[in-house]
Design a protein around this ligand. Structure first.
Ligand SMILES: [Zn+2]
Length: 314
C-alpha cells in the first residue's frame, strides 16, 4: 500500500472517530454535562456502552440502530454525523494533502458540524463553539495559511459583528422581532476572521439563497395546508420573478423590467414575512428555520470552491 493510500484511509478513520466525539460534545454541551465523564451510555436504560458497541457507524449498522440491552432506538444523528465528518476530513485531505492547513480546516469543519447539530436540534449555537471558530480563524491567518494578513482577519471579525448586528437591529425596528439569533452574529465573526470581509459578504449572500431554497417550498406547503392562499400567491410570484430576471438580457434596454422584477420580489417577500409573523403570533410558535447551518454550509463552499462561486456571480 502506498503512503498516499494509507493517509487517505487514515484521514477518513480519524474523521469517523472525531465525528463520534462531536456527537458527544454537542449533546453534552447542550445539557451542560462534562465531556470526559461519565462514559457513553444508553439514554434510556443507562447501561454503559462496550468498546465494540461504540465503533462509529459500524456499531449502529451491526446493532440495527437499537440499544443492545433495552432495544431502544438510537438516534440516526449519530451515524449521520460520523459519516459526514469522515467525508469532510477525507475531502480536505484530498484537497490540501499532508499539511498544517489540512489540520486547521479539519478543526474548522468540525466546529461547523457542532454548530449544525446544536442549531438543528435545539436552535441554539453555543458560545464556546463560536469562540473556538474565531480563535482558529485568526490563528489560521496569523500562521499565513490563508490569503489574509492578520489585520484583514481582524477586520473580517469586526465586519461579521457589524453586518449581523445592523441586520438584526433593522429587523427589530421594522418587524418588532430580532431577525437573527446572537449565535448567528458570533458565527459570522468566526467566518469573517477566517475568510475576510469580502468573502463574508458573499457567504451571507449564498447562505440566504440556500435558506430560501429550503424555506420557500416549506412555507408554500405550510400555507397551502392552512389555506393562506395570499401567501402562496406571493411565494409563487417571488419564484417566477426571479426566474424571469435570470432570463432577461442585462445588456439590452430591459433595466426597467429588472427594476420592476426586483421591486416585485422585495414587495412579495415583505408580504410573506409580515403575514408569517402575524400567523406565528396567533399560533404562539415562532417557527423559523435555523440560519446557522446555511451560514456554515456556504462558508464550507467558499473554502473549497471560492473561484467557481465567484465566477458564477461575477
Ligand atoms: Zn438501552
Amino acid at each position: 500500500m502506498s503512503i498516499n493510500t494509507l493517509c487517505t484511509i487514515f484521514s477518513a478513520l480519524i474523521g469517523l472517530c472525531i465525528g463520534s466525539f462531536l456527537n458527544v460534545v454537542a449533546l453534552r454541551g447542550l445539557s451542560g454535562e462534562s465531556i470526559v465523564y461519565p462514559p457513553s451510555k444508553c439514554p434510556k436504560c443507562g447501561k454503559k456502552l462496550n468498546w465494540y458497541t461504540n465503533i462509529p457507524v459500524i456499531s449502529y449498522l451491526f446493532l440495527g440502530g437499537k440499544c443492545q440491552f433495552c432495544k431502544e432506538k438510537i438516534s440516526l444523528q449519530y451515524p449521520i454525523v460520523e459519516a459526514a465528518n469522515a467525508i469532510l476530513y477525507l475531502f480536505t485531505y484530498l484537497n490540501f494533502g499532508v499539511s498544517l492547513k489540512t489540520l486547521f480546516i479539519w478543526v474548522i469543519l468540525s466546529i461547523f458540524v457542532l454548530i449544525c447539530i446544536t442549531d438543528f436540534k435545539e436552535r441554539v449555537v453555543l458560545d464556546a463553539h463560536t469562540y473556538i471558530l474565531m480563535g482558529t480563524g485568526l490563528l489560521y491567518n496569523i500562521l499565513k495559511l490563508g490569503t489574509l494578513s492578520p489585520i484583514e482577519s481582524l477586520l473580517g471579525l469586526a465586519a461579521g459583528y457589524l453586518i449581523f448586528e445592523i441586520m438584526a437591529h433593522f429587523g427589530t425596528l421594522t418587524l418588532k422581532t430580532r431577525a437573527f439569533g446572537e449565535g448567528d452574529t458570533l458565527i459570522a465573526m468566526g467566518i469573517g476572521a477566517l475568510l475576510g470581509y469580502k468573502m463574508l459578504i458573499l457567504v451571507v449572500f449564498v447562505s440566504v439563497i440556500i435558506q430560501a431554497l429550503f424555506a420557500i417550498p416549506a412555507l408554500f406547503i405550510k400555507n397551502l395546508k392552512n389555506k393562506n392562499y395570499k401567501t402562496c400567491w406571493a411565494l409563487a410570484v417571488i419564484v417566477c420573478s426571479i426566474a424571469a430576471l435570470k432570463f432577461l438580457d442585462a445588456n439590452s434596454n430591459s433595466y426597467i423590467f429588472y427594476l420592476l422584477g426586483i421591486c416585485m420580489v422585495l414587495l412579495c417577500c415583505l408580504l410573506v414575512i409580515l403575514k408569517g409573523i402575524k400567523t406565528d403570533k396567533q399560533e404562539q410558535n415562532l417557527s423559523y428555520m435555523p440560519f446557522g447551518p446555511a451560514l456554515v454550509f456556504s462558508a464550507f463552499l467558499m473554502i473549497f470552491f471560492s473561484q467557481k462561486i465567484l465566477s458564477f456571480f461575477i
